[in-house]
Write a new protein. Structure first.
Length: 498
């Protein structure tokens, strides 16, 4: 049987413009200019504001263009009819003009600085790890076939310098990709030769092999031979720091064994990492905000040098003006002006979105500055108050998700250093006296206690918990373990030193 029923649903839908605004809000200053350039490539009605603009271009909405200075001759060879096209509302595009005729130009009030100076971001020239190793192939006497095999092996190395691809897979890659017939023995022989390249330890399969290769490149001595023996026979005990067992089996006294361990810990576990090319945004932090201390009063400014001034294309505006002045409008002209109107709508919205982005960034950062004013004045980490996203959302009347997008990947430069905005957010921890302190303060004290401990007898999590409780911080052992892991500090056994 057929049944008819009613169902009520409450849905929240975002328009494409709102979604794009949220995406713009997440972009850090370092990547904003690239995003703007992408938009300009997609929308010809949007362009950078230039110091000297030329308005000599003429545009035609019809089949032929006239030479009239004021555009009256546009489409004069096309027969127009009074009722061939409906009226298109163009008021939105003709009324937003300043004295220069440039609509939607926010100028110096928005972007800051009136000298139109473009600050060039320095770029570095890098040599990749694979290029460095390939340059050393000339030291091997290889024919063309052997050179191809060696290149395939080097190309199979990861960024840390390890050969983690199976030799049989490399054989298959050469057979199917380059039509080179080889075998595992020939590959293994070339691998041994490449292992003699710089940096020492490359082309190893495991960490153990990598460290042993580096030791074998050192001048021969008893401590080096003992270090090789430690890694060859007692590698598992070494990584677990069961030093007593290793020392007893090798029959070494304390001083000799300490020299052996010092040799091993100075080896490089990732020989290729020094050449690794990482994300430029991670290497070069471009602050989104600047906070200056003006006689004890922190002042906030927004880094807007990486947000170029934008404007509506004058050429597209002239097209709209020509269409509006024309008394007779045919269907072809109407279709063209509708297309132009869509591009102008998109350009205007994008400029407004950039402005809204900057306003939201400033509004949110100002709230963070007011909340953590004591820190920005003194630079003392202990002055940081417990602060969560909801606190800033309430101060700014913004949604928590919006505040989260602002805090994500944004940096502020102060006279005490450059900080990611997430640094200022932390949970609250209640002390014995009922006072609330930031968990960051507890982490700082925990880090100081571990730094001052006796490395021969590191403090356990239970001991650290007792010490914090004595200081008035009411924390559990599992909380101490969580904070220790967040600080990237290993357990007591792995912190032990000789």
């Amino acid at each position: 049987m057929l049944r008819q029923s009613y169902q009520l649903k409450l849905l929240q839908k975002l328009s494409p413009q709102q979604i794009q605004l949220m995406k713009l809000l997440q972009i850090p200053t370092a990547n904003l200019e690239e995003r703007i350039k992408e938009e300009i490539e997609e929308n010809p009605a949007l362009e950078f504001e230039l110091e000297n603009n030329s308005n000599d271009d003429s545009y035609d909405l019809g089949e032929n263009s006239g030479d009239g200075e004021d555009g009256d001759a546009v489409g004069e060879d096309v027969e127009l009819s009074n009722d061939s096209a409906e009226k298109v509302d163009l008021d939105d595009f003709l009324k937003h003009e300043d004295g220069d005729g440039n609509g939607y130009d926010y100028g110096d009030d928005y972007y800051g600085g009136g000298d139109n100076e473009r600050v060039a971001t320095p770029a570095r020239v890098e040599t990749s790890f694979h290029d460095h190793v390939l340059d050393q192939l000339g030291m091997l006497e290889l024919d063309e076939r052997g050179h191809k095999i060696a290149e395939q092996i080097i190309g199979s190395l990861d960024e840390d310098g390890y050969l983690r691809r199976e030799i049989t897979s490399i054989v298959d890659d050469l057979a199917f990709g380059q039509n080179v017939d080889t075998n595992a023995e020939e590959i293994a022989d070339l691998v041994q030769q490449i292992q003699q390249f710089d940096p020492p330890g490359i082309c190893a399969v495991t960490l153990q092999d990598c460290l042993v290769l580096q030791l074998k490149r050192m001048p021969d001595s008893k401590p080096v031979r003992d270090a090789i023996a430690v890694l060859d026979k007692y590698f598992n005990e070494f990584i677990k720091k069961h030093y007593d067992k290793i020392q007893r089996h090798l029959g070494l006294d304390d001083d000799d064994f300490k020299n052996v361990i010092n040799i091993i810990i100075k080896l490089n576990p990732k020989p290729g990492a020094a050449f690794a090319i990482t994300n430029k945004a991670e290497n070069y932090v471009i602050p989104d905000f600047f906070v200056f201390n003006n006689n004890g009063i922190p002042e906030l400014s927004l880094n807007s040098k990486n947000a170029p001034e934008l404007r509506i294309s004058e050429g597209y505006r002239e097209m709209i003006k020509a269409y509006d002045r024309s008394e007779k409008k045919n269907k072809q002209q109407k279709e063209a002006v509708i297309f132009i109107k869509q591009k102008l709508d998109s350009a205007k919205w994008f400029i407004d979105a950039i402005k809204q982005r900057q306003h939201t960034l400033l509004h949110t950062m100002q709230a963070i500055l007011d909340f953590q004013r004591d820190f920005f004045v003194t630079g003392d980490e202990s002055e940081l108050k417990p602060m969560i996203l909801k606190d800033i959302a309430q101060l700014t009347s913004l949604d928590v998700s919006t505040v989260s997008r602002v805090a994500n990947s944004k940096y502020v430069q102060t006279e005490y250093g450059t900080y990611i905005l997430k640094y200022f957010f932390s949970e609250a921890l209640q002390m014995e006296g009922g006072e609330e302190v930031s968990t960051r303060e507890v982490k700082t004290i925990l880090n100081d206690m571990i730094g001052a401990e006796n490395k021969r007898k590191p403090l356990s999590d239970e001991q650290l918990t007792d010490m914090l409780v004595e200081k008035g911080y009411n924390v559990a052992r599992r909380t101490v373990a969580k904070y220790r892991e967040q600080l990237n500090i290993p357990v007591a056994r792995l912190r032990k030193e000789l």
